[in-house]
Design a protein around this ligand. Structure first.
Ligand SMILES: Nc1ncnc2c1ncn2[C@@H]1O[C@H](COP(=O)(O)OP(=O)(O)OP(=O)(O)O)[C@@H](O)[C@H]1O
Length: 614
């Protein structure tokens, strides 16, 4: 029983436990159902909301489409309007362009008409100027011709008797030659006839030979032909005589030519004597023409000096007078005039050929054993390189041609092309420029040597031209305010003439293109260019001092102060000949520089060279 009651209790407990869990489960189920219902409500609300949103989206989409459509319509309308506007503006522009064009054409036409009138006036003025210049030139030429004639008269008189005999001889020879020519022409006219006859007779002779045995007459004919043959042989002999006499005439004319050449040499010697009388240091002045972009010229007057071998140049700052410029008339001006005297003054119309004609005798002298130096001095841009180094007709290239054409075959020509840059010597024929050279003088022989620099033997003009071009390439030039291609160094073309047999020195010819002097304030150079300019100005002032010291008969001449003067030391001696070109720029802007150059040049012109054993 006990066991049953225990079992019942146990079953009760179990029942109660199950009942509790069941209750819990029912509660949970109720909770879940509540949750389910709640979520279902929420879902329905959400669903309704989504549907309403979708409707809204649809509406918005429809509105957007509507808007897009409207915008497209608007755009098309605006495009149409813009196109119409564009077309209207285009036609308007076209109209305005054509009116502007016609306006421009009209103004240009009026400008052209004005220009034409100006040109005509200029032409007229130029014609007048030209006429004035030609008359003055004609007068000068006439004067020069008259001078030449009077100086030549003496020569002519002394040669007249000789000329007469020569003329007589030439006349006789001419007559003889004419007679002989006549004879020769007659004989040569007869010659074909005779030779044809000879041929005929020969053929006859051959045919007669066949008949010889038959007829006596044939033998007679043969003798006749023989006689004819003999006479033709005699005529041929005569021909030979005429030819030999013609050769005599030729020899005689060659002799006359030789005599003429001797006379030419005599004239050259006389010219040299005349030049010697003028002094061994001569100064020529050359005025370059005004460039097209340069506006105002200084006043210039060039004239001969009566009773003197010198010529005169007068300059003043006033504007150029179109009627009197270069023409030898005085320029009416309030401003001060400066007059300088030189051995020769070349006007802007002078060409390099005219100038070379004047100096060619000096080049001859150098070939005959005199040391000659020709240099160009002047302000930057005044035409020194144009005068000296112009490739086709500069004095250097012309001199080279003359040296090669006129040199004696016993003379060998050596060349050194030296550049003096910042007071140092360089070889223009060497590409590397890092090696400056030194100068050595031989006091006994009074010769100058550039130590270590090769003397190059030249034996053709082509070789020389190539060297010149190379030097031109290696030369230091830069564009400055004053000159597009300004030389920044002095260039010395040194020709050394030696004898072929003994190799001993005959003479030296220096052709020098000096660098131009310039005012630093005007050229406004800086840096390296400034340094170069300072060196250039210093060496030119050294040259100035040397000339001044010679002029004043000072015992000490400061040759050593610059490489340029040291190199030229023996070129300023009495046994040498020196020619200086002072180049002048007629631009009014550089009037003061022009005056300085002319003053220096006149000082040189007055220099009497006295020999000192330094
Ligand atoms: N006689 C002349 N006829 C025509 N043009 C000339 C004459 N002389 C010089 N010129 C011109 O003037 C300019 C300057 O000349 P050039 O270079 O010879 O001067 P420069 O004195 O050697 O100057 P720098 O000392 O600066 O080297 C060049 O354009 C040259 O062609």
């Amino acid at each position: 029983m006990r066991y049953l009651s225990r079992e019942n209790r146990y079953q009760d407990e179990k029942f109660h436990l199950a009942k509790d869990t069941l209750m819990q489960l029912i509660n949970e189920r109720a909770k879940l159902r509540y949750c389910h219902e709640k979520t279902r409500d929420e879902f329905e609300i959400l669903y309704d909301r989504t549907i309403s949103h979708e409707d809204e989206i649809k509406k918005v989409f429809d509105r957007r489409q509507q808007l897009e459509h409207n915008l497209k319509l608007k755009l098309r309308k605006q495009q149409k309007e813009a196109f119409i506007l564009f077309r209207r503006k285009k036609t308007m522009l076209k109209q305005s362009v054509s009116t502007v064009k016609s306006k421009i054409i009209n103004t240009k036409l009026t400008q052209l008409a004005l220009d034409e009138r100006e040109c005509q006036e200029l032409l007229q003025a130029n014609k007048l100027l030209l006429r004035g210049i030609t008359t003055v030139f004609e007068r000068r030429i006439k004067q020069q011709v008259w001078d030449c004639e009077s100086s030549m008269k003496h020569l002519v008189r002394s040669n007249q008797s000789q000329e007469k005999t020569f003329r007589m001889l030439i006349m006789k020879q001419g007559l003889r030659k004419r007679d002989m020519n006549n004879e020769l022409s007659q004989i040569s006219a007869k010659r074909p006839f005779l030779s044809s006859q000879k041929k005929i007779l020969e053929s006859d002779y051959r045919s007669m030979l066949k008949q010889k045995s038959n007829t006596e007459e044939n033998s007679k004919l043969i003798t006749i032909t023989r006689n004819i043959q003999k006479s033709s042989a005699n005529e041929i002999k005569d021909n030979h005589i005429v030819e030999s006499s013609l050769q005599d005439v030729k020899a005689l004319s060659a002799n006359h030519q030789h005599q003429l050449q001797n006379k030419e040499f005599k004239t050259i010697r006389l010219h040299n004597k005349l030049q010697d009388l003028k002094g061994n240091l001569r100064v020529y002045c050359r005025v370059r023409p005004l460039a097209t972009d340069e506006q105002e010229s200084i006043g210039l007057t060039i004239s001969d000096m009566e009773w003197s071998l010198k010529e005169r140049i007068t300059v003043h700052k006033g504007a150029a007078d179109s009627n009197s410029n270069y023409a030898g008339k005085s320029v009416v001006s309030e401003q001060k005039k400066y007059t300088f005297h030189f051995d020769k003054v070349f006007s802007p119309f002078t060409t390099n050929t005219d100038i070379f004609w004047e100096i060619s005798q000096l080049i001859h002298c150098s070939l005959e054993g005199t040391n000659v130096t020709i240099f160009a001095y002047g302000q930057t841009g005044s035409g020194k390189s144009f005068t000296m180094s112009k490739v086709d007709d500069g004095l250097i290239s012309r001199s080279m041609d003359l040296l090669f054409n006129k040199r004696n075959k016993d003379i060998r020509i050596f060349v050194q092309l030296i550049e003096i840059y910042n007071d140092k010597l360089f070889n223009l024929l060497e590409y590397k420029r890092n090696k400056p050279y030194e100068i050595r003088h031989n006091k006994t022989n009074r010769t100058t040597e550039v130590l270590g620099m090769d003397e190059i033997l030249v034996d053709s003009q082509e070789q020389m031209k190539k060297m010149l071009l190379k030097a031109e390439e290696n030369k230091r030039t830069f564009a400055t305010n004053m000159n597009e291609r300004s030389s920044r160094s002095h260039t010395v073309f040194r020709f050394i003439f030696r004898s072929c047999k003994s190799n001993c020195l005959i003479s030296t010819l220096h052709l020098i293109d000096l660098a131009g002097s310039e005012r630093i304030s005007q050229s406004k150079v800086i840096g390296d260019r400034l340094k170069e300019t300072q060196y250039i100005n210093k060496s030119l002032s050294c040259l100035n001092n040397v000339i001044h010291s010679i002029n004043q008969n000072y015992h000490h001449i400061p040759y050593r102060n610059s490489k340029l003067t040291y190199l030229l030391q023996y070129s300023l001696e009495p046994t040498s000949k020196t020619l200086m070109f002072v180049n002048v720029n007629p631009n009014k802007l550089f009037f003061n520089e022009t005056l300085t150059s002319l003053r220096f040049a006149e000082k040189v012109n007055g220099t009497k060279v006295i020999y000192y054993d330094t």
